[in-house]
Design a binder for this molecule. Sequence first.
Ligand code: BGC
Length: 278
Amino acid sequence: MTSPAGQPHPGLPPILRGQKALVTGANSGIGKATAIGLGRAGADVVVNYVFGREAAEEVVEEIKSYGVRAYAHEADVSDEGQVTAMVGRMVEEFGTIDVLVANAGLQRDAAATEMTLDQWNKVLDVNLTGQFLCAREAAKEFVRRGVVPEVSRSAGKIVCMSSVHQVIPWAGHVNYAASKGGVLMMMQTLAQELAPKGIRVNAVAPGAIRTPINRSAWETPEAEAELLKLIPYRRVGDPEDIARAVAVLASDLMDYVVGTTVYVDGGMTLFPGFATGG
Ligand code: BGC
């Protein structure tokens, strides 16, 4: 699958041909780019969303234009019954699941002293419990089906969408940073537990990516200049930067990668303050 020449984000080779992928939170931002990227890489894709059906249907149409199958599925990843139903329908419609991208996430920012229990719980429910529920349901199907060598060397792949804030503390965002710190240990523990069953669990940790979640950090030139001080590579990331990393990590090109976080952050985790200080 090639893309028109001159595009800033070239298409991916068909490294996921014949695989069935579920991407949560796939109607905007990183999830949208990832769902499209996996479609470009040859996967059939379920586009999960919780609000915004029209946007999800547009993602579905774009994915189908690459000659693969796709449909949108509304579900709240923090609701156990809805997650079970979503994976159940996918097994009915596509036959199985090979790749889960546990991407759905949100922020509810507040100073720690002002943060309500609702703000705390919402972020933990979606960002951490939601990933767990989706991973659990996907893993059950991976174990049931086992390895199909024509499709993949692995029985299934889980890619957890984490953040640089799984290791960088973030004042004013204690709920979010705690959720992503949790994602790191959840991912590693699941990887350790599921690897003997042929399942690979890994994470991608984006830095500052130009999406709606952090619009205020890049939408004015002044804000972007401040943000760039935190990024040694001196550019804000694009959702497609993450999409490509996920596609490659989920493919057999990375078959021996188990329990690892791939930071896709322009060097944000390199303590840029120490380039001149310290
Ligand atoms: C957050 C963004 C933030 C980025 C870098 C992400 O996980 O969702 O709001 O810009 O981390 O700090």
